[in-house]
Design a protein around this ligand. Structure first.
Ligand code: S3P
Length: 182
């Protein structure tokens, strides 16, 4: 089995399916799953919007950088990262050193529709009068950064199918548990 212990890291814009797919993938591989946003929220005892509002975005980005360093020292994890975390070269160096990185991709329309359905997680960067336009603008700014990673489109695809594609790309066999439950 190749790279069995390496972390699998999911990056990509907000709403591309990193958390949903990451959980499915972790279950299939019987690995622990970590979502960096949720880890930060748990440790701070605050939601992301509260962190942005009270401590500011730079403080949040520093927390992401600290977590990238910390998780880069662990292995065997499936990690879903906040949409901008892997656009910082220092974070890629820290987290990517011990991981395979995949970038999930979706169209602005699909992203907006998913985020509008996500009632649990609020994205402060999209707190603007025209969130669709903001998504297009941010995607344009970030396209070059996301280009460096292997990409998988998630538009119109079931998370299970995206996870299967990722598994094939990782060249890791399914665990017995997941074969039985499929
Ligand atoms: C952000 C993405 C969010 C979260 C924060 C900022 C971004 O994570 O980290 O709201 O700048 O793209 P998700 O990609 O999980 O939504």
């Amino acid at each position: 089995m190749q790279n069995a212990a390496k972390n699998i890291i999911l990056t990509g814009f907000m709403g591309t399916g990193k958390t949903t797919v990451g959980k499915v993938l972790a279950e299939k591989l019987c690995r622990d799953f970590i979502d960096t946003d949720h880890l930060i929220e748990k440790r701070q005892g605050m939601t992301i919007p509260e962190i942005f509002a009270t401590l500011g975005e730079p403080a949040f980005r520093q927390m992401e950088a600290d977590i990238a360093k910390e998780l880069g020292k662990r292995d065997g994890l499936v990690i879903s990262t906040g949409g901008r975390l892997m656009l910082d070269p220092d974070n890629v160096a820290a987290l990517g050193a011990n991981g395979r990185i995949f970038c999930l991709v979706a169209t602005p329309r699909e992203i907006l529709s998913r985020l509008q359905r996500d009632k649990e997680n609020h994205r402060p960067l999209l707190d603007v009068p025209d969130p669709h336009q903001q998504i297009v603008k941010l995607l344009e700014e970030r396209t070059k950064g996301y280009q460096q990673f292997l990409k998988i489109t998630t538009d119109g695809k079931h998370p299970q199918d995206v996870a299967k594609t990722l598994l094939a790309m990782c060249n890791e066999p399914l665990s017995n548990k997941s074969i039985n439950t499929q």
